[in-house]
Design a protein around this ligand. Structure first.
Ligand code: GAP
Length: 485
């Protein structure tokens, strides 16, 4: 199914491979005319839901930041993936993903052989893993993630690329941040990083926003922007890319209120996806177990969507405690404390973070909208986007290109254009024009026909039900605005 979505994306102009005429650039994608509208609408809905309220302010921080930011945040030391190379074919892999392509039967066999050769010291470490994880897959992944055990397990594993057994280099840590230089001199002193998350731009502006907006706890700062990660393995279309967009909101709270706000944001974020039409049965939370929490988190959950290749995270919700502001206070020497007028206390607020991928959400909305159905013996592909997200809101067709129908259709187009994205199409049979708009996900199509010339009414056809109603041209704008709400 994913192949069909990728193919439709290219054919209809949602997503193209980056630099395609040069063979493409791995992990980078371009949004075409329909894609850029869909992405913009997703971001707009998120922005409205976050900042059209009293307690959340917007921000747009720069992508390049002072290099100390990434030392304070822990990214220089910790934002790494363990990586190995196959000595035979030179293919490179993220160690923890090596189990993905191995069958359960094979995993059992590999683990049995690995257990037989273990030293006593490592047997104890293995027991610790077995005490935490019961499932085979989880045990396998935990062994791969263990610094002490992974290399021994790997001696039993075949290279997913060339099939040779146990021919891997020792795992090495690979930092995922892209490096570049400010100014003309390419020296270590001038190194800066492309931000791997937008969140740090918010943390370092906490005091600026607090002072300029005169907010009181609890309050949030929201930001949408590009982030860059030099992922070892990009995969699954837009799911894991090297350049992507995030929609992040950091909510600053009193430490004693952290649990309450964490739970509230969890519910409100999953509801956002449901309200924009994502199938409820394809959404779930995945709470992080204590031994898998990121170094900054006290509690964390992922909002997951069931993609055709399995469940995958589209958003992370984290209780980041006072970790980030404390670190920035320590590294910058500038106080990040909040003064509470009522209790007269000074403290560093806790942060509840909601971190959504705009590009990953885009992919979830795209996949979820894709439907194939048979209508009168013919196959139709329809993208059932929520009207708020649909790239084109209304298409306008003259039934035939004569008898003043094109002129009336153009008049309607001119009336609607200031209010919504419209598309004028006069080519081919009207049934085919409907099919083209179904594939683009356009919720309403207006047809100017013979009756229009008599009574100034048009047909308005709804995409999913394909039902048609007649609406007076004079009523068209309010009727459509109401339907698109
Ligand atoms: N500030 C916290 C943070 O960045 P994360 O879980 O690493 O947390 C948050 O990323 C979201 O960003 C993910 O849920 C995902 O939607 C998106 N994301 C992360 N890495 C990505 C990648 N390589 N490609 C596309 N989206 C990505």
């Amino acid at each position: 199914m994913i192949e069909k979505v990728v193919s439709l994306s290219k054919r209809r102009g949602f997503v193209f491979q980056s630099s395609e005429i040069y063979g493409g650039l791995n992990g980078c994608w371009d949004y075409g005319p329909l894609g850029v509208e869909l992405l913009k609408n997703i971001k707009e809905e998120w922005w409205k839901s976050m900042t059209y309220r009293e307690d959340i302010e917007g921000l747009d921080a720069s992508i390049l930041m002072h290099p100390k930011v990434w030392e304070a945040s822990g990214h220089v030391a910790n934002f790494t993936d363990p990586m190995i190379d196959c000595k035979q074919c030179k293919a490179r892999f993220r160690v923890d993903t090596l189990g993905d392509a191995i069958s359960e039967k094979k995993k059992k066999k590999i683990i049995r052989a690995f257990e037989e050769n273990l030293s006593d010291e490592n047997k104890e470490k293995l027991n610790d893993i077995y005490n935490i994880h019961e499932e085979l897959d989880e045990r396998f992944e935990a062994i791969l993630e263990s610094k002490d055990l992974s290399f021994e397990l790997l001696s039993e594993v075949n290279c997913p690329n060339c099939g040779n057994k146990g021919q891997f280099t020792e795992p090495r840590n690979f930092n995922l941040m892209f490096k570049t230089f400010v100014g003309p001199v390419e020296s270590e002193d001038n190194v800066v990083f492309l931000r791997p998350e937008t969140a740090q731009g918010i943390f370092v502006n906490f005091v600026n926003v607090l002072n300029s907006s005169r907010q009181k706890l609890p309050f949030g700062i929201a930001q949408i922007g590009k982030a860059f990660r030099n992922e070892i393995n990009t995969k699954n279309f837009l799911f894991r890319t090297r350049e992507f967009e995030q929609m992040e909101m950091q909510y600053f709270v009193k430490p004693s209120d952290d649990k309450k706000h964490y739970d509230e944001w969890k519910e409100s974020r999953i509801a956002w996806y449901k309200n924009l039409g994502i199938s409820e049965d394809k959404l779930r939370f995945h709470d992080h177990p204590a031994d898998k929490l990121a170094h900054y988190a006290k509690e964390a959950t992922d909002v997951e969507y069931e993609f055709p290749f399995g469940w995958g995270e589209i958003e992370g919700i984290h209780n980041r405690t006072d970790f980030d502001l404390s670190k920035h206070q320590e590294f910058s020497g500038k106080s990040q404390q909040y003064f509470d007028d009522e209790t007269k206390e000074r403290f560093i607020p806790y942060i509840i973070e909601t971190s959504a991928g705009a590009s990953r959400s885009f992919m979830a909305f795209l996949v979820d909208a894709y439907h194939e159905e048979e209508v009168n013996g013919e196959q139709r592909v329809v993208m059932s986007f929520h009207p708020k997200l649909a790239p084109i809101k209304v298409a306008i067709f003259p039934l035939v290109n004569k008898d003043r129908m094109p002129e009336v259709a153009r008049e309607i187009e001119a009336d609607l254009r200031p209010f919504m994205k419209v598309f004028y199409d006069s080519k081919g049979a009207v049934g085919r024009r409907y099919r083209r708009q179904d594939e683009a996900g356009t919720p309403y199509c207006i047809t100017v026909d013979n009756q229009t010339l008599d009574d100034r009414t048009v047909t308005v056809r709804e995409r999913d039900s394909m039902e048609q109603e007649r609406v007076s041209i004079d009523e068209l704008l309010p009727v459509l605005l109401n339907k698109l709400k």
